[in-house]
Design a protein around this ligand. Structure first.
Ligand code: NAD
Ligand code: TYD
Length: 354
């Protein structure tokens, strides 16, 4: 079979990557999609089982920090484009184990950039390196204001500092070697296949099992939530229509204080599980705050909306309801990913913060 383009997607066995891979495999039968992932605790081939037999899909198990391995894959597949999502992504883990974040997020991104530069050898016609990043690089907001693409970087956790470093490297390769790049910085995602260490899937799983809901600090931190398929749609638009060298902020215009979000989650879960109203809220337990906990993130997504015509498609309460339904009807997935090493992580993380 011949394809118009071969696209490397890194981290496609993780949460957001699996949605991006699925979308591209379905929407673009003329592209060959190569999903590269080394299947850390957060990567799971179950997340993309539905597309593994598609003729335009291939999986490669590889480590983005291994230049030899990555370069060999460029030679083998002759990638025209890269959509780079592979990363260590959980802030709490970056606090307890920062160095793996520096290795994967900084060295891994540099390795991919260098493989692309060497393989494309200045012939950049039809080539693109798309780097997927986070709004956390901008730091923390007070009560007012939104993150713009021009907001100065002020990362404050090892996770956000490692992502900020990777963003700088992408821009440096563009400036120095003219590598064709585009970047996006997105707010908090939620939806199916998110590893249950992050707030929403963790709390859905705990409510299901009648376990405590560990709310950090007073629960007054604010996040801007976006349904993961909307993020995948934005990535599609930016990959195809974004201007070279540009950055696009992506967000849901959907700010929630953690405690309000958790109460809405409890309300919906009580209804869906047929429990008495108010019963899940009783599981809320305030625990020691996260070290250096950023107070508020909120994105101004005007640029991507005005220039590329992207906007979120789903209302939050509807997205939350869909998300809860997915986890409740995929309990086997939840049970699989929360067995083994996850138990140790949970005991360690929540023994420290409780
Ligand atoms: P995730 O942790 O669910 O998945 C990360 C994937 O990367 C996993 O499949 C893992 O196996 C893979 N990976 C890790 N190290 C690797 C290595 N050395 N080599 C190859 N593969 C490796 O993460 P996610 O939440 O899907 O986030 C994906 C990207 O989006 C990240 O770059 C993250 O910074 C960014 N992002 C996430 C959010 C969010 O809310 N989750 C928001 C904005 C941006
Ligand atoms: P998280 O899902 O880890 O995303 P991020 O830190 O990247 O925004 O956390 C979302 C918010 O929920 C954040 O303010 C921290 C808070 N939180 C808790 O209160 N308890 C928890 O157990 C977790 C995992 C997060």
């Amino acid at each position: 079979m011949t394809f118009d383009k071969t696209i490397l997607i890194t981290g496609g066995a993780g949460f957001i990557g699996s949605h991006v891979v699925r979308r591209f495999v379905h929407q673009y039968p003329n592209y060959k999609i190569v999903n590269l992932d080394n299947l850390t605790y957060a990567g799971n081939l179950e997340n993309i089982k539905d597309i593994e037999l598609y003729p335009n899909y291939a999986f490669e198990r590889a480590d983005i920090t291994d230049l030899e391995q990555i370069y060999a894959l460029f030679e083998q597949h002759k990638f025209d484009g890269v959509i780079h999502l592979a990363a260590e992504s959980h802030v709490d883990r970056s606090i307890s184990d920062p160095l793996i974040f520096i290795k994967t997020n900084v060295l891994g991104t540099a390795t991919l950039l260098d493989a692309a530069r060497r393989f494309w050898k200045d012939d950049y016609e039809g080539k693109l390196f798309y780097h997927v990043s986070t709004d956390e690089v901008y730091g923390s907001l007070g009560d007012e204001g939104l993150f713009l693409e021009t907001t100065p970087y002020d990362p404050r956790s090892p996770y956000s500092a490692s992502k900020a470093s990777s963003d700088h490297l992408v821009r440096a390769y563009h400036h120095t070697y003219k590598l064709p790049v585009v970047l996006s910085n997105c707010s908090n995602n939620y939806g199916p296949y998110q590893f249950p260490e992050k707030l929403l899937p963790l709390f859905i799983n705990n409510i299901r099992n009648n376990k405590a809901l560990p709310v950090y600090g007073e629960g007054i931190n604010v996040r801007d939530w976006l349904y993961v398929e909307d993020h995948a749609g934005a990535i599609d638009s930016i990959f195809h229509k974004g201007k070279l060298g540009e950055t696009y902020n992506i967000g849901g215009h959907n700010e929630w204080r953690n405690i309000d979000l958790i109460k809405e989650l409890c309300r919906q879960m009580d209804e869906k599980l047929g429990r008495e109203a108010g019963s899940s809220e009783q599981l809320i337990t305030f625990v020691k705050d996260r070290a250096g906990h950023d107070m508020r993130y909120a994105i101004d997504a005007t640029k991507v909306q005005e220039e590329l015509g992207w906007k979120p498609s789903l209302q939050f309460k509807e997205g939350l309801s869909k998300t809860i339904d997915w986890y409740l009807s995929n309990q086997e997935w939840l049970d699989n990913v929360t067995s083994g090493a996850y138990q140790k992580y949970y005991e360690k993380q929540y023994a420290v913060t409780a």
